[in-house]
Design a binder for this molecule. Structure first.
Ligand SMILES: *Cc1c(COP(=O)(O)O)cnc(C)c1O
Length: 364
């Protein structure tokens, strides 16, 4: 058989799937990476020992470390290979393929839809309103098993109002889990829904070490929920989801001194973000700047693809988000170090001055 015929053996679902175009897979090169919302202010970690033994499925130091950080009991915490694995586990554990559905509210994180599709679970698409809040009547008209809410939302940067999240928890109290993706919550900790966990047994919170903790390369995320939800996920998780080196570094990252360092880098990044927003609002050529409670900013420009390409030529990678439902001609800029942001604004000045003078010429 040739390879085309072999590919024909794959499930129809697999043939239909459009894989997630991650920042890392879709762009390469460049010296300054501002396209994946990573934290450039990274501490260094050390590994020790040998790795001849299989690791623990749920390493105690990691679970206890995160439980202490989140002020929860260890049985309310699951660790997985990134928050992405948690999204997949939730769908596989709670949605019957070809029968049940999830609800999601674009523009938002792409993996909810992709994990649903790869598991033959339908998506109810309920777009956010013009100011990027939930459309509650439309959401309440769906009958999902899981509702995904991203707050701060990626790529828009805003927090979903707490009263809206509570309304969704109430509405689906007996029928669905409400999954609040808090991948960026360290940049706006006061907005966390953690303190709703004891009141709402259908609340699930997703967290990660990839963003504020500056450990995207580690692949380590957390699910916070009632113990019976955590138990269901444990029934589906792989026997060894975390490699031993991952567990070692995650445990180090969750020590109080490391958490304090993370919080310092968050303060620095929040300041750099606010400075960048001030710059972008004054910059001719940037037509709209959305407020942000995370480590990225959404901008509307005349030609998003041209802007991304021009910056890439100067070694700076940012992300075009124009293909997202409800967004047009927008780019998302991740906040990097002070030097990187300086290089970015210099490159933007160059591009927009040029684009501006070309536009003027065309007008003449
Ligand atoms: C980055 C991101 C994730 C994925 O986190 P990992 O732990 O790296 O898998 C999940 N949700 C949102 C909204 C993200 O931006």
């Amino acid at each position: 058989m040739n390879t085309t015929k072999i590919h024909a053996l794959a499930r129809d679902t697999v043939k239909a799937i459009q894989p997630y175009a991650s920042a890392r897979s879709s762009m390469s090169g460049g010296a300054i990476w501002l396209n994946a919302n990573e934290n450039a202010l990274a501490p260094e970690y050390q590994l020790t020992g040998s790795f001849n033994r299989y690791p623990s499925c749920q390493p105690k130091a990691v679970i206890d470390g995160y439980a202490a950080y989140a002020k929860l009991q260890p049985d309310q915490v699951l660790v997985s290979r990134g928050a992405d694995e948690a999204i997949e586990l939730l769908i596989r554990s709670f949605c019957q393929p070809k029968q049940e559905s999830i609800s999601l509210c674009p523009p938002t994180y792409g993996m909810y839809a992709i994990s649903a599709q790869s598991n033959d679970v339908a998506c109810n698409i309920v777009p956010l309103t013009a100011n990027f809040e939930l459309n509650l009547p439309a959401l309440f008209a769906t009958s999902p098993k899981l509702v995904f809410i991203c707050s701060p939302n990626n790529p828009t940067g805003n927090i979903i109002p707490r009263q809206q999240i509570i309304a969704v928890l109430e509405q689906f109290k007996h029928s669905a889990l409400v999954v609040v993706d808090e991948a960026y919550i360290e940049f706006a900790p006061e907005a966390s829904t953690l303190n709703l966990l004891n009141d709402y047994p259908n609340l699930v919170i997703l967290r990660t070490l990839s963003k504020a903790f500056a450990l995207a390369g580690l692949r380590c995320g957390f699910t916070l929920a009632a113990p019976d939800i955590i138990l269901a996920l444990k029934q589906m998780i792989a026997p060894y989801p975390l490699a031993e080196p991952v567990a070692q570094i995650a445990a180090q990252a969750l020590r109080p001194e490391a958490i304090a360092k993370m919080q310092n880098s968050v303060n620095t990044l929040n300041q750099l973000r606010d400075n960048f927003i001030t710059y972008a609002k004054a910059r001719t050529g940037i037509n709209q700047v959305w407020p942000s409670s995370a480590n990225y900013v959404l901008l509307q420009v005349a030609d998003a693809a041209a802007c991304v390409a021009a910056l890439a030529e100067q070694g700076i990678l940012i992300r075009n988000q124009s293909s997202q439902l409800g967004l047009s001609q927008v780019v998302r800029v991740s906040i990097g170090s002070a030097n990187e942001m300086q290089a970015l604004t210099t490159a933007m000045d160059k591009y927009f001055n040029l684009a501006n003078s070309t536009a003027n010429k065309e007008r003449i």
